[in-house]
Design a binder for this molecule. Structure first.
Ligand code: PLP
Length: 419
């Protein structure tokens, strides 16, 4: 028996996929074809930071479609320039060029190409608990379970251990931490030699919302400088307010040479990704060929959506809003862990990005997830990694957010309470 759908579902054996019959969305709510209303506490696949149905973005896309809908990579048009200028204005001082793509994996592919072309080196360092995208280069950089089935990938990629403070791979507790997760990357750069770039999710997202300890980013930056490697921050999941800043690395210091973005750059309203490049690297390509391109480079509809979305983040002061709502989220996660110590542990969060780990038996975790679905909450439930990740749209109304968090606690009581 195969599914009745004429298309594949991603990352799934097709007969076990969980189709979601979505009809429309408004604000932080999603309506299904059955007429049910779900509350989006996950920003769908982490792209809907601006919620659903924002007329300002929809109108910008419609206007663009009516004026210029198809353009070659060499085209210059206002939405392309505006999207690039707005992105560079959000980046640290000195970032001067944008390379556009259609999504996050392609952004990382092109960042690594830029790093190879600029340094003349080919090796790359990433981390195990990471996801960088599904294309072969980005998948080789990826450290999680999605990489091994597709190996071999790119030659010259080395994975580092993670900054996973709640389960430190170096065996430390907070007070005994000597930041081996950062010095380890310096060791890898020295031992490998010839590394073009280190690429790190600013905060590893889907693999557990793993916040780096203080000094981690500055220490990795210093190690890259010492060994002539570039530092790339993958902000595909964390960019645009998720942690209360434009980019998550800003919360930890240690500026990268390149920043990759996608997902929420358009609020998810149209596909677009980008590599933001510091001028010291961008300048190299004034006289050297940039061997990179796509037919739909800077697609007009993606650029129009990005220009509108980036303006909204600013006008509505949404990064600060994420910070303001953050205490509600982390308190709710801590309360869950306190109420169910045998099932829920290690609550952690920053801005509107939080996670808990599930230590209940698998059948209880499955029951918890079923209760969450029964309460029509959309969030990231990961049975394989025993994780629950909450990342609501930055625009979620406070009362709905409180109600959603209380529905989550009810789901926990129904599934994990004393039986
Ligand atoms: N990088 C990170 C950190 C991601 O979370 C993702 C997607 O989830 C990607 C890259 C790949 O982005 P895309 O699916 O747009 O190719």
């Amino acid at each position: 028996m195969t599914t009745p759908h004429p298309f594949f579902f991603t990352w799934a054996a097709q007969n076990h996929a969980l189709p979601f019959a979505m009809a429309s969305g408004r604000g932080a709510e999603i309506v299904t074809t059955d007429g049910d209303t779900w509350l989006d506490l996950g920003s769908l696949s982490y792209q809907a930071n601006l919620g659903h149905g924002d007329a300002r973005i929809i109108e910008a896309i419609a206007r663009q479609a009516q004026t210029l809908c198809v353009a070659p990579p060499t085209a210059v048009f206002p939405a392309k320039t505006e999207a690039a200028e707005r992105l560079l204005a959000m980046a640290p001082e000195g970032f001067s060029k944008v390379f556009f793509t259609l999504g996050g994996a392609e952004a990382n592919e092109n960042a690594l190409k830029i790093a190879r072309l600029f340094t003349g080196r080919h090796k790359l360092v990433s981390r195990y608990r990471s996801y960088h995208g599904a294309t072969m280069g980005a998948l080789t950089l990826t450290g999680d379970f999605r990489r091994p089935p597709l190996e071999p990938g790119l030659a010259g990629v080395v994975h580092a251990m993670d900054c996973y403070c709640d389960r430190c791979p170096f065996g430390h507790v907070v007070d005994g931490c000597r930041r081996e997760c950062a010095t380890h990357i310096g060791d890898l750069l020295a031992l490998e030699g010839g590394v073009a770039a280190v690429i790190l999710e600013a905060v590893p997202g889907a693999n557990g919302v793993l916040f780096p300890p203080p000094e981690y980013w500055p220490m990795v930056r210093a190690a890259c400088d010492a060994h002539g490697a570039l530092l790339i921050a993958d902000e595909v999941l964390t960019g645009f307010g998720r942690t209360g800043a434009a980019f998550a690395f800003e919360r930890f210091g240690g500026e990268p040479d390149m920043i990759t973005v996608a997902k929420a750059v358009t609020g998810g309203y149209a596909p677009l990704g980008a590599v933001l490049v510091h001028d010291r690297i961008a300048r190299h390509f004034d006289e050297h060929v940039l061997y990179a391109g796509l037919t739909s480079y800077a697609h007009p509809l993606g650029c129009a959506a990005a220009a509108a979305a980036l303006a909204i983040y600013e006008q509505d002061d949404l990064f600060a809003r994420a910070d303001r709502l953050a205490p509600m989220l982390i308190s709710a996660m801590r309360e869950l862990a306190a109420e169910f110590p045998a099932s829920i542990e290690h609550p952690r969060g920053l801005g509107l990005m939080a996670a808990v780990e599930l230590c209940a038996p698998a059948d209880r975790i499955a029951a918890f997830f079923a209760e969450i679905r029964a309460r029509k909450l959309w969030l990231h439930m990961d049975a394989r990694r025993k994780l629950l990740i909450v990342t609501p749209p930055l625009i979620i109304p406070e009362d709905l957010f409180a109600e959603g968090l209380s529905r989550l606690a009810d789901a926990a009581r129904a599934a994990l309470g004393p039986s």
